[in-house]
Design a protein around this ligand. Sequence first.
Ligand SMILES: Cc1cc2nc3c(=O)[nH]c(=O)nc-3n(C[C@H](O)[C@H](O)[C@H](O)COP(=O)(O)OP(=O)(O)OC[C@H]3O[C@@H](n4cnc5c(N)ncnc54)[C@H](O)[C@@H]3O)c2cc1C
Length: 481
Amino acid sequence: VLPDANTGATPALLASLRAAFTGRLIDDPTEAAPYFRDWRGKWTGAGIGVAQPDTAEDVARVVAWCARHGVAVVPQGGNTGLSGGGVPERDGLNLVLSTGRLNKVRQIDNINNVIVVEAGVTLQQVQEHAEAAGRLFPLSLAAQGTCTIGGNLATNAGGVQVLRYGNIRDLCLGLEVVTASGQVWDGLRALRKDNTGYDLRDVFIGSEGTLGVITAAVLKLFPMPSVRVVAFAAVPSPAAATRLLQLAQKELGAHLTAFELLSETCLSLVLRHIPSSRRPLGDASAWYVLLEASAESEATPIADVVTSMLGTALEQEMVSDAAVSSSLSQFRDLWALRENISEAQAAEGRTIKHDVSLPITAIAEFIETTAAELVARFPGVRLVVFGHLGDGNLHYNLSPGPSPDVAQTREFELLEAPVNRLVHDAVVARGGSISAEHGLGVLRRDEAARYKTPVEIQLMRALKHAFDPMGTMNPAKVLAS
Ligand SMILES: Cc1cc2nc3c(=O)[nH]c(=O)nc-3n(C[C@H](O)[C@H](O)[C@H](O)COP(=O)(O)OP(=O)(O)OC[C@H]3O[C@@H](n4cnc5c(N)ncnc54)[C@H](O)[C@@H]3O)c2cc1C
């Protein structure tokens, strides 16, 4: 039988795969198509099908079959990734390994404060299970209804509470992983201390499916906060926002849960495109800070501490106006102004996005110098700058300007490469990273290779070869083949 023109699948190959494991195989092209492209339609690949194994042992059978037949394994969770890591390549023999049926919560332990979940459980389901047990699982991001714990771990996801709780690397105690040759590594240890040699868990976290398939994880749980307050403050500049961060850390200590920066351009996009959003302060300001503080005990007067801290900030001219939430609906409305920026920006047409991190001391100068350079070189573009200032992470985005200088489509697209070069050069020159929380996938793979030192690339290649000598685990992601 001749192979299919797009996928390389033959009936004999598919029959052999179907017989190799007990889960579900999707080989109908229409049903499989959504797994071969990302949710924005930015990348489209091809594959012989989609395997949905039921257990870690079943994953191992699929991966071992792929190793025997020279078929590339592309792990995929919720397919919400922003760097194209979960999409197969167009060429070669590829199989998407979807974790959708690895969906069990195996254990919750309220004394050791851990939850053990399979890789295909969504982030929101983990949060809900933790809450039902009176605990908090603090990872939180806008895709949480769809993204999976396996995908979160594979991309070392961050989100809005990293300042207080860390990213998922800090929230994970143990992993179960299927290796590239199809063996199950049981590293599901619920230990906070374990110095027994190289940390394999940390190698798999953030490896974007290129070293093995994560099938389950032990995650940390925390006491559920009983008081949460959000403040929205107008600040004159990113430098003032950085000073406010210092003050908030001093006054609030571990109660400071999130510290986000956004510009007036971001806020006005949200007000224009998101129904029912309202300007939170009387006058517009060039920049705003949204900060959240939380406490486990209602005895902690957290709202009073925030209000008094903002009073000091007003006196010292770090802040010109501020609002503090006094109800759950106000809390949600203020957070929605920050969370809806991406959606509002998408409604304005094409975007050029960067997910960068910098030492916090360098951020204010980076924002101002880089903005001046971009506007001088690419007249008419609009900067849509926001992010997790408390973590030194900026979403440093551009939209076409409302003026006709930069057209909505082709002309703006052509700017992407020179804009990326300018922004990433500026980030790296200040000791920053070109991918803070979205990984490399295919989007930033070559860009990362450009900025990493030869020693770092050599070590990464050695690691890849040690874990995946045949090169069948998610090829061409993170490192070029
Ligand atoms: C609206 C929106 C907001 C977002 N906000 C944030 C944010 O604030 N912070 C943030 O960090 N990210 C954010 N993201 C990015 C994305 O949600 C995260 O990268 C998420 O962790 C991906 O999970 P997923 O299950 O969808 O993974 P997928 O998209 O399916 O896969 C992502 C990568 O992980 C690999 N992978 C998936 N599952 C496994 C597994 N079990 N074993 C091994 N490899 C695997 C894939 O091969 C791929 O390389 C956002 C995305 C959207 C759409």
